[in-house]
Write a protein that binds this ligand. Sequence first.
Ligand SMILES: [Zn+2]
Length: 113
Amino acid sequence: MHELSLMESVIAIVCETARQHGATRVKSVRLDVGVLSHADPDALLFCYQAVRHGTIAQAATLEINRVPGKGWCLDCAKTVALAERFGGCPDCGRHRVQMTAGDELKIRDMEVI
Ligand SMILES: [Zn+2]
């Protein structure tokens, strides 16, 4: 269950950032989570509720923005949609596609009081 450690890091960054800005409470957090990342959104939400307890982000809502997978096909020399990690190019069917999006897990923004 690596979602737990991921969310512990997210909460730590969120609380630290809020404090640096003199905020007393965090209202909401938005995360970008790529569809090709190994993080499960339901597990992330579940873990989030556990780790935010007792922090200044205790009441903060979490919104997960799913980022679609994209890759650069070396044969077509263009960006193509990527449905799976190391998946083939939907146009030429070859597997020389480098993943360029869909693997991220990052804090997009947050709202503080
Ligand atoms: Zn291609």
